[in-house]
Write a new protein. Structure first.
Length: 129
């Protein structure tokens, strides 16, 4: 083998090793229990976001804490939005049921189911930390 081939082989094997950023990501993922490949807006984390934290030298424990907090806040907002929508829908159904004696009983049953779902979501909201 020529020196050129040896140098090329050395570079290729070095490229196969995880970079410091990849090692950092593996450590964060191990603590989180899931991959960092998400959507920053939807999930509260992403590879791009992780790279930003890494470049700013944010400690892994702080990153994990922030991701968990962001995810909880996002989930809480989603649950709240669904609960409000269900509440609005239940009110509409009750109004229609009051005006429609023929199907009022069926609609009242649906409104009751929505109220139960709304209550479950309220419990979920308070349980999300």
């Amino acid at each position: 083998m020529t020196d050129h081939h040896l140098q090329l082989a050395e570079r290729e094997s070095a490229d196969a090793l995880p970079t410091p950023f990849e090692k950092w990501c593996f450590a964060v993922e191990a603590r989180l229990g899931h991959c960092l490949d998400g959507d920053q807006e939807r999930d509260g984390y992403s590879i791009d976001g992780a790279l930003e934290w890494y470049r700013r030298a944010i400690p892994i424990a702080d990153v994990v804490k922030q991701i968990r907090s962001d995810r909880a806040n996002t989930l809480r907002r989603r649950v709240t939005a669904i609960r409000h929508r269900l509440s609005s829908d239940a009110d509409k159904i009750r109004t229609i049921a009051a005006r429609s004696p023929d199907c009022g009983e069926d609609l009242a049953e649906i409104a009751f189911s929505i109220t139960l779902a709304e209550s479950l979501l309220l419990n979920m909201e308070s349980a999300i930390r």
